[in-house]
Design a protein around this ligand. Structure first.
Ligand code: CA
Length: 226
């Protein structure tokens, strides 16, 4: 799960980032409102943690800008403003939660997990396991059973499979996979994708050179059929 942490105070930023990483989240940072807007536009995030008092563009404007185009991405405001009017404005503008500084990191983590659980359980594409041919992937445990036995998938391998499966029978480009799995701001070469696909075929295809599930579409990308 990828979180964008929008916070200009160095100390607080470090503290939150460190704790969230310990919880297994991937944390990206923005230190002002403009950077936040740019990053949200360019990359994929599962949740935004948003400070209100920010240089350049304030947090409330970042939020209303985000909500113009995306009304499902969970946003938690963290703010020193603990008046009920600030809280109400934040929630009205479309924040999902509001935490007043100072807060316990543990409480932030609990609220993040609650929002992310709500999001995944209400997502119709949410999959726990998926079976194709002799293979079954368990998306919660990162394990897959294949003809060769049980294997542990890397996070990116799992994310790529999940994305391909969600687009069953549709062609997805390498750019789509990059955007979905890495986000635009961390930009590996498209060759990286091909290496991951080669590894996935070794796991799941009877003959990796003649794949029957993860099909290459020349000049475009890949298609999952299964
Ligand atoms: Ca601030």
């Amino acid at each position: 799960m990828r979180i964008l942490l929008v916070e200009d105070e160095q100390h607080l930023h470090k503290l939150i980032k460190m704790n969230l990483e310990l919880e297994g989240f991937e944390v990206d940072r923005a230190v002002n409102g403009q950077a936040a807007i740019d990053k949200i536009r360019a990359a994929h995030y599962d949740l935004i943690i948003l400070d209100l008092m920010l240089p350049k563009i304030n947090g409330m404007e970042v939020l209303s800008n985000l909500r113009l185009t995306n009304d499902t991405l969970p946003v938690i405001i963290i703010s020193a403003k603990d008046t009920s009017s600030a809280r109400i404005t934040g929630l009205k503008e479309g924040a999902d939660d509001y935490l007043t500084k100072p807060f316990e990191i543990e409480e932030l983590v609990l609220r993040i997990n609650k929002l992310l659980t709500r999001k995944t359980t209400s997502d119709p594409n949410h999959l726990t396991t998926y079976t194709f041919g002799p293979n079954t992937i368990n998306f919660s445990t990162y394990q897959a059973t294949t003809q060769a036995g049980t294997i542990d998938l890397k996070q990116k391998e799992l994310q790529i499979m999940k994305y391909l499966i969600s687009k069953n029978n549709e062609v997805v480009s390498r750019q789509d996979i990059l955007k979905q799995v890495w986000g635009y701001d961390v930009f590996p070469s498209t060759r990286t994708i091909d290496n991951f696909i080669a590894a996935l075929r070794k796991y799941f295809e009877a003959d990796p050179k003649r794949p029957s599930y993860i099909i290459s579409v020349r000049g475009v990308g890949y298609k999952f059929v299964g």
